[in-house]
Design a protein around this ligand. Structure first.
Ligand code: HEM
Length: 418
């Protein structure tokens, strides 16, 4: 890659930790190139930015996921050998299982469960000096995710289980203690869920057809056999853990409502579409997934750049959402921009790009957006609260990011009907 800009440093791993969400876009701007080569953890990596690069990234003839996710990510965020690492027919077959669990009826059901939980919480919050929205959201989401999937969960364990799911996510951009927290949370959660899968298969716990528990426990692979209990547990965790992770978008939503009274006012007087545009803008504007990784499947050349078989590529996610070529005034929070957005599969990819039934794009976007909408509607229309002095700043270096205080609320009461 003679033409391709390279960083002069021997290895960019430290820079990645220091620049976080902006690592790729900083260099894209410096080199005035949507592609550049870096060295990360001792490997040559092509970093890519932009809508065209996103389209390329989702070409499954050119890229594969096998061998792309480092073991440290598999042992915290994904689970070893989970759907995220599959390719080809095996991937599509597994993906259909996930997509069958996330239909619009399921999305509505989860949103309804969330709404009821939020409403019921007011009674408890009334007596508290203050609450931290991020912590409340994790517990509520864990409770509804387990209920909806069919995982028995007692009230005495919900808090610790929620923390474990959340710590698996919190580990993804970390080295040191934060990584190890996730690394301990995963086997503890896998042991628990694997035990339940085994009990369901043995008929000791009842599971209803159509629930994630049932469909994953009795799913048949292409060869006609069921998943081994460990793999089934990993995939069921791949449904529950990301629901708990919606707590991050919920906390950023509360921050957005607080910082943008106009947007809040529009929701108070608005319809479903207003709510939806707000949720979309939260997913665009705030940092969550920084970038995505894949490996080159076979040699090819694109825009004068040689992609060599086995090379790692990283696709910029955060940077794409803040690219002025795609988003007018990208650093302003403006939900109305989604009025003109055409549903493009490659320029708005907070949960991946392409067609979810054909690519690794997240199957849980509908669930995410519906739960966000139910929660934002609650925060705007169902509850009154004060926002005391606190540190609401969030980092673009720490991955994943979150408002520092977790969004503290005080003097919470039901909104009077008017
Ligand atoms: C995949 C983000 C919520 C289940 C993904 C991917 C991203 C993502 C970036 C990978 C896309 C790719 O590799 O090309 C998010 C974010 C969420 C969220 C930011 C909000 C909290 C959910 C929910 C579920 C879910 C609610 C399920 C209920 C999955 C699964 C995959 C996935 C199973 C793997 C898909 C595959 O490999 O084919 N998600 N997701 N996610 N997500 Fe989500």
């Amino acid at each position: 890659n003679e033409q391709l800009p390279h960083d002069k440093s021997l290895d960019n791993s430290l820079a990645l930790m220091q620049e976080g969400y902006q690592f790729i876009s900083n260099r894209v701007n410096r080199y005035e190139s949507d592609l550049f080569e870096a060295r990360l953890m001792g490997q040559r990596v092509i970093c890519m930015h932009g809508e065209e690069a996103a389209k390329l990234f989702y070409d499954s003839d050119r890229f594969q996921r096998k061998g792309a996710a480092p073991k440290r990510i598999q042992k915290t965020l994904f689970g070893v050998n989970a759907i995220q690492t599959l390719d080809g027919e095996e991937h599509i077959h597994r993906k259909l299982l996930f997509l069958s669990l996330m239909t619009s009826e399921h999305q509505k059901r989860l949103a309804e469960l969330a709404k009821n939980e939020w409403k019921a919480s007011i009674k408890l919050w009334k007596h508290a000096d203050h609450i931290k929205l991020f912590d409340e959201a994790k517990v509520i989401l864990c409770r509804i995710a387990c209920h909806w999937t069919g995982v028995p969960l007692s009230e005495s364990e919900v808090k610790e289980r929620a923390e474990d799911f959340s710590n698996m996510v919190d580990a993804f951009g970390a080295v040191g203690p934060r990584h190890w927290k996730g690394r301990r949370a995963r086997p503890r959660t896998e042991d628990w869920i694997r035990g339940i899968i085994e009990d369901v298969r043995a008929g000791k716990i009842e599971a209803n057809k159509g629930t994630a528990m049932y469909e994953i426990a009795f799913h048949k692979k292409l060869d006609g056999t069921t998943l081994d209990a460990q793999m089934a547990a990993v995939e069921l965790i791949n449904v529950i853990r990301p629901i708990v992770a919606i707590a991050t978008f919920i906390t950023f939503s509360a921050l957005a409502l607080y910082e943008h009274p106009n947007a809040k006012e529009n929701i108070r007087n608005g319809d479903e579409a207003t709510l939806e545009r707000f949720a979309q803008e939260v997913r665009r504007y705030y940092p969550f997934g920084p970038f995505l990784g894949a490996r080159v499947k076979k040699d090819f050349t694109w825009k004068n750049c040689d992609f060599k078989k086995g090379m790692l590529v990283l696709l910029d996610v955060y940077g794409l959402h803040h690219d002025g070529r795609i988003w007018n005034k990208p650093n302003e929070f403006r939900p109305d921009r989604f009025q003109d957005w055409d549903g493009n599969l490659y320029n708005f990819i907070p949960q991946g790009g392409g067609d979810p039934s054909q690519t690794h794009r997240c199957p849980g976007e509908g669930i995410t957006v519906e739960i966000m909408k139910a929660t934002v509607d609650f925060l705007v229309n169902k509850v009154d609260f004060d926002v005391p002095e606190q540190d609401l700043s969030y980092s673009l270096v720490r991955m994943p990011s979150l408002p520092e205080s977790g969004f503290v609320m005080k003097n919470i009461k039901e909104k009077a009907l008017h």
